[in-house]
Design a binder for this molecule. Structure first.
Ligand code: PLP
Length: 370
């Protein structure tokens, strides 16, 4: 009675749209956080079949799950537990983002222990202030990397960084610093093959910064990385549709309170329809009164408080019955509320909505690879 329909063919189509935009640059599909709530393994298998070049995740444990599922693509993991020893990761051929000297040393040590070369992507912080080497630490990291390459412990595959997308001026400055960091790596005789800087937002905004690879997450799921734009502006198809069913309806008189705190009281005799989806499923409680859902082609606001397990709609005199399909969000092109609409109602971004969808929702896949 609660279903997330994941359209994997939409994801394959979004990969095509991204490719049309980035030309010859390779595409790393970001499948971290359970593929933004879409299910990491089915999404990764679809992306592999659709010809993605790389997969990217935050944690080595996510990368390991991909390997355990039989995925052979190059996989990059970039956010590490300070206690991680990297042995299993290197042994599984997982490529590692390296943000500092300690990580690099630990990776080199693990590679020596295994007798296997670790493929690393050196990360420079060009201004986001998250992980990555500072510009001050960068020369020492390059020097150490050069030494470990010479010893046969590591291969420095790439230099990478991440934009803040705060303003064009800030991003252009980061692009400039990125190119300087790559230049500095060349001066340190680091023989890297790839540079990668942009995620979905930067890949759309800065064609001059695609380099050899782009890292694409949200656009593959069919969503716009910008709040001022929507999927259709970029030829993207939203891959996730959240549905439920009406489980009970009742006629109530005027002035009947509805749900906790009576955010809504009926203004006349009316029908209330109960839907079994709540904040436990990731429907944000603070979207109460602002979120809209669709039943039988008509849109209704959730006027009352969203609870843990359920919300209530006031459908007036419309004919709505138990068993009727409720679309919480889906493809706006189908005339239903979009993820962007729900994100706006909850004062957040589309990324957070899809990533947090879960709880008792059951995922159903369309276009799944065997
Ligand atoms: C999550 C992430 C991405 C993908 O970002 P999108 O905006 O979803 O395309 C790319 N690179 C890094 C380092 C990330 O953490």
């Amino acid at each position: 009675m609660r279903e997330l329909i994941i359209d994997l063919d939409a994801i394959a189509s979004n990969l095509k749209s991204v490719r049309a935009r980035v030309g010859s640059a390779m595409v790393l599909g970001v499948v971290k956080a359970d593929a933004y709530g879409h299910g990491m393994i089915p999404v990764a298998k679809k992306l592999e079949a659709a010809g993605v070049d790389y997969l990217g995740v935050a944690d080595v444990h996510e990368a390991q799950q991909l390997r355990d599922a039989g995925i052979d693509l190059p996989i990059l993991a970039w956010l590490h537990d300070p206690r991680e020893n990297f042995i299993r990761a290197i042994d599984s051929g997982i490529e590692l983002g390296i943000a500092n000297l300690e990580q690099l040393e630990r990776v080199a040590k693990a590679a020596e222990h295994l007798g296997r070369i670790a493929r690393v992507h050196l990360k420079v912080d060009t201004g986001l202030g998250r992980n990555g080497s500072t510009e001050q630490e960068w020369p020492a990291l390059l020097k150490a990397a050069h030494g470990f390459v010479a010893e046969g412990f590591i291969q420095a595959v790439a230099i990478f960084s991440h934009l803040s997308c705060t303003s064009e001026a800030d991003d252009l400055l980061q692009i400039e610093r990125f190119e300087a960091a790559c230049e500095s790596a060349r001066e340190h005789e680091i023989d890297f093959e790839l540079r990668h800087l942009t995620a979905s937002d930067g890949s759309i905004r800065y064609p001059q910064a695609h380099y050899e690879m782009v890292r694409i997450g949200v656009a593959l799921y069919g969503l716009s990385p910008f709040t001022e734009n929507h999927s259709e502006d970029f030829g993207l198809i939203p891959a996730m549709t959240a549905t439920s069913v009406v489980v009970q309806t009742k006629r109530v008189p005027a002035d009947h309170g509805v749900s906790y705190g009576y955010l809504h009281r009926t203004t006349g005799e009316t029908t209330l329809a109960l839907v079994p989806v709540g904040y436990a499923e990731g429907l944000p409680r603070n979207a109460s009164t602002a979120a809209k859902v669709s039943i039988n082609g008509k849109t209704y606001s959730i006027l009352s408080r969203i609870a843990m397990d359920q919300f209530v709609l006031d459908v007036g005199d419309d004919v709505v019955s138990a068993g009727d399909l409720v679309t919480i969000f889906g493809d706006a092109a189908a005339g239903v509320p979009s993820v962007d609409d729900l994100a706006a109602a909850a004062d957040t971004i589309n990324y957070e909505i899809v990533t947090r969808m879960g709880g008792r929702f059951k995922r159903t896949y369309l276009g799944e690879e065997a």
